[in-house]
Design a protein around this ligand. Structure first.
Ligand code: FAD
Length: 566
C-alpha cells in the first residue's frame, strides 16, 4: 500500500482493539484493509483499559481443568440480558468468542492467560461461574514495534504499578487482595523495571506493556507484520453510498477533505458517544457530564452513530453507559474509574443525606446505575456521592489516586488535592460539615456499618456476601473481607461522580455485525462493532471483559462475513 491509495476492500473506522482484530482477520482472507483513526494516537479507550476479555467456554480455562459449556454460558447471558438482545446475537457471541481468541493466538501476537479467580459479575444468576471466563493479556514486549510504540495512546498512570510499571491484572489482584507473597511480587516487578538499564537510560516508559496496552500493542504489531495501513489524524465524517450500498467514506485527513472507496464494506469501530456532551444530553439520564468519563477526551464523539442514523440505521440501548463511579483528579485530563477499592473493608459510600444506598462492592455498572436511581429517589442528593474512610483504611489501602499511606502518607500527596479531590477532618461531624452532607445521617450510617463489621453481615445491602464482592476484599480481614469499622481519625471523604468507561448504546446490528435499518433490514456494506454498536450485553455487564470481548468477536465475525460474500 502507499499513502495515496484511496480504494480498499474494507475500510475500518477507529483503531481500538475490535478494529485492529477485524483488520487482521480481513487481511488474512487476502483482502486489502485500511484502518483510519481520527486522533494522532491509535488504540482509543482500548489502549487505556484493562484489556480483559470475557470469553465463556474458552480453551485456556478448559486447559486448566475448568468446567464451562455453551449452554451454561447461554443460560447466564440470557438471564443477564433480560430479553433486551436477540437470541441470534447471543448465540453468535457465544459461538464465535472462543473461536476468535483461538484464531488470534494462533495467527497473531496476541496472548492471553485465564483469570481463574475473577468471578462473573452476577453470581446469583444461573450459569454464572466463580472464575475462568475472563482472560487477561500476557505481558507484551514492545521492543519489536520500534518507533511505532510512540504512536500508541499511553496507558493511564492509574493502570500501572506506581504509575509506571506494567503488571497484569492477575498480579494487581494479588497485591490488592494482599494474598500470600504479594510483597515479594511487588519487589520483583519493581526490580525488573529498574534493572532494565537500556530502557531506563532512555525513558521511564516500561518496554513491557500490560493490560489494554499489551493488547493494543500486540494487535498493532500483528498489523505491521501484515502491512496493514493505519492512518492517524484521519477523521471520518460521513458514509458514501452507491445506489443502496455503502461504497466508501468521507474523511478529513490532516485537515483536508477526502473520499475513500471501500469495494466491499465499511466497518464502524469508532467507539461510543461519551465524549460528546450534546449527545449525552440527548440520550443519557440527566445530569451527565463528559468530564466524568474515564475515556480519552475528544476521541469518541459519536460520528459513526450520527452518520448511521442519517443513513436510516436503527439504534438501541441509547440511555445506558458502561457506568463506573469515577473521581476527578486535579490536572488529569480524564476521570479515574473506581473499580476495585469500593470493596476494600472500611470504606463506605454515602449520598447527601449521609446514607448508604448500594452495596459498595457491587459491579461498577450496577453502582453507577444505583447512583442515578438514588439521585431520583432523593431529589438530587446522590450526584456526587462520597466515599468515606478512616485513618486505618488510609494506611492500608489504595483509594482512587491515593496509594496506601504506609507508602504515600498525606504529606506526600500533591498540594492541590485537599478540598478539591478529598476532604479530611478529625471527626465525622466536622467532615460532614466540610462536604455539606447530613452529619446525623452520616453518624447513624457509620454506627450501623461498624456493627455489621463485627457481625460480618451487612443487613442493608449484603456487602461481602458473594464471591464477586469478595474478589476485591481483604482476605486477612475477618469475619467479612469487605467490612471493617470506621473508627480512627482523621476521617476522609472523596467526591465521586456517576462516570463511565464508554457508552453502551448505538447502531443496532444483527448476528453478522451488519447495521440494521429501521425496517430491520441490513444496510448493505455497513458493519458496526464495539461501542458504536448497541451492546450484545444489553443493559448488563456479565463479567470483566464484556465490552472488549464482543468488540473483538464481532470484529472477527464481520471480517469473516464480508470475506464469505466474495
Ligand atoms: P475505542 O477503543 O475507544 O476505539 C475507538 C477509536 O475510534 C478511538 O481511537 C477514536 O479516536 C476513534 N474514532 C472516534 N471517532 C472517529 C472518527 N470520526 N473517525 C476516525 N476515528 C474515530 N473493557 C473490557 O472489556 N475489559 C477491560 O478490562 C476494560 N477495562 C477498562 C479500563 C478503563 C480504565 C477504561 C476507561 C475502560 C475499560 N474497559 C474495559 C472498557 C473498554 O476499554 C471500552 O469499552 C472499549 O475499549 C471500547 O472499544 P471501542 O473499539 O468501541 O472504542
Amino acid at each position: 500500500t502507499n499513502d495515496n491509495q484511496t480504494t480498499f476492500d474494507i475500510i475500518i473506522v477507529g483503531s481500538g482493539a475490535g478494529a485492529m482484530a477485524s483488520s487482521i482477520v480481513a487481511s488474512d482472507h487476502g483482502l486489502s484493509v485500511l484502518v483510519v483513526e481520527k486522533s494522532g494516537k491509535f488504540g482509543g479507550t482500548s489502549a487505556l483499559s484493562g484489556g480483559g476479555i470475557w470469553i465463556p467456554n474458552n480453551d485456556h480455562f478448559k486447559a486448566k481443568g475448568g468446567q464451562d459449556s455453551y449452554q451454561q454460558a447461554f443460560d447466564y447471558l440470557k438471564a443477564s440480558t433480560e430479553n433486551r438482545v436477540s437470541d441470534s446475537r447471543l448465540h453468535a457471541y457465544l459461538t464465535h468468542a472462543p473461536e476468535m481468541i483461538r484464531y488470534l493466538e494462533r495467527k497473531s501476537r496476541v496472548r492471553y492467560a485465564v483469570a481463574e479467580k475473577y468471578p462473573d459479575y452476577y453470581p446469583h444468576l444461573e450459569g454464572s461461574l466463580a472464575g475462568g471466563r475472563t482472560l487477561d493479556p500476557e505481558i507484551f514486549d514492545t521492543t519489536c514495534m520500534g518507533d511505532e510504540v510512540e504512536n500508541q495512546l499511553k496507558a493511564s498512570a492509574s493502570t500501572l504499578l506506581m504509575g509506571k510499571i506494567a503488571w497484569t491484572a492477575r498480579d494487581a489482584h494479588k497485591a490488592m487482595a494482599r494474598e500470600r507473597g504479594w510483597r515479594l511480587l511487588l519487589l520483583k516487578l519493581i526490580m525488573k523495571y529498574k534493572l532494565d538499564f537500556g530502557q531506563r537510560r532512555k525513558t521511564r516508559r516500561d518496554r513491557r506493556a500490560a493490560l489494554g496496552s499489551s493488547l493494543v500493542a500486540s494487535l498493532r504489531q500483528s498489523m505491521t507484520d501484515r502491512n496493514i495501513p493505519l492512518w492517524l489524524d484521519t477523521d471520518f465524517t460521513d458514509i458514501v453510498f452507491s445506489q443502496d450500498r455503502v461504497c466508501g467514506i468521507e474523511v478529513v485527513r490532516d485537515g483536508e477533505k477526502q473520499t475513500l472507496n471501500a469495494k466491499l464494506a465499511v466497518i464502524f469501530a469508532s467507539g461510543g458517544f461519551e465524549q460528546n456532551q450534546k449527545l449525552r444530553d440527548k440520550y443519557l439520564p440527566s445530569p451527565s457530564n463528559v468530564k466524568w468519563s474515564a475515556t480519552p477526551p475528544g476521541n469518541n464523539t459519536g460520528a459513526a452513530l450520527e452518520a448511521g442514523i442519517r443513513a436510516g440505521a436503527n439504534t438501541d440501548i441509547m440511555d445506558w453507559c458502561w457506568w463506573s463511579p469515577t473521581v476527578k483528579v486535579p490536572k488529569e485530563d480524564k476521570a479515574r474509574g473506581l473499580f476495585a477499592e469500593r470493596a476494600f473493608p472500611g470504606a463506605i459510600v454515602v449520598d447527601g443525606l449521609g446514607k448508604r444506598f448500594v452495596n459498595e462492592a457491587a459491579p461498577y455498572l450496577e453502582f453507577g446505575d444505583a447512583m442515578y436511581r438514588n439521585n431520583a429517589a432523593t431529589d438530587g442528593k446522590s450526584l456526587p456521592a462520597w466515599v468515606i474512610f478512616d485513618a486505618n483504611f488510609r494506611f492500608n489501602y489504595a483509594m482512587g489516586p491515593f496509594m496506601p499511606a504506609q507508602i504515600q502518607p498525606d504529606s506526600r500527596l500533591p498540594k492541590g488535592w485537599l478540598n478539591t479531590l478529598y476532604w479530611k477532618a478529625d471527626s465525622l461531624d466536622e467532615l460532614a460539615k466540610q462536604i455539606k452532607i447530613d452529619a446525623d445521617g452520616l453518624s447513624h450510617t457509620v454506627e450501623r456499618i461498624n456493627r455489621f463489621a463485627t457481625t460480618g453481615v451487612d443487613e442493608d445491602f449484603g456487602r461481602g456476601s458473594n464471591v464477586f464482592d469478595r474478589y476485591y476484599g481483604d482476605t486477612n480481614v475477618k469475619p467479612n473481607p469487605c467490612l471493617a469499622p470506621i473508627v480512627k481519625g482523621p476521617f476522609y471523604a472523596m467526591r465521586i461522580e456517576a462516570g463511565d468507561i464508554g457508552t453502551k448504546g448505538g447502531l443496532l446490528t444483527n448476528e453478522h455485525a451488519q447495521v440494521m435499518n429501521t425496517d430491520n433490514m441490513p444496510i448493505a456494506g455497513l458493519y458496526a462493532i464495539g461501542n458504536c454498536s448497541a451492546s450484545v450485553m444489553g443493559q448488563s455487564y456479565p463479567g470483566a471483559g464484556a465490552t472488549l470481548g464482543p468488540a473483538m468477536t464481532f470484529g472477527y465475525i464481520a471480517a469473516n462475513h464480508i470475506a464469505k460474500d466474495i
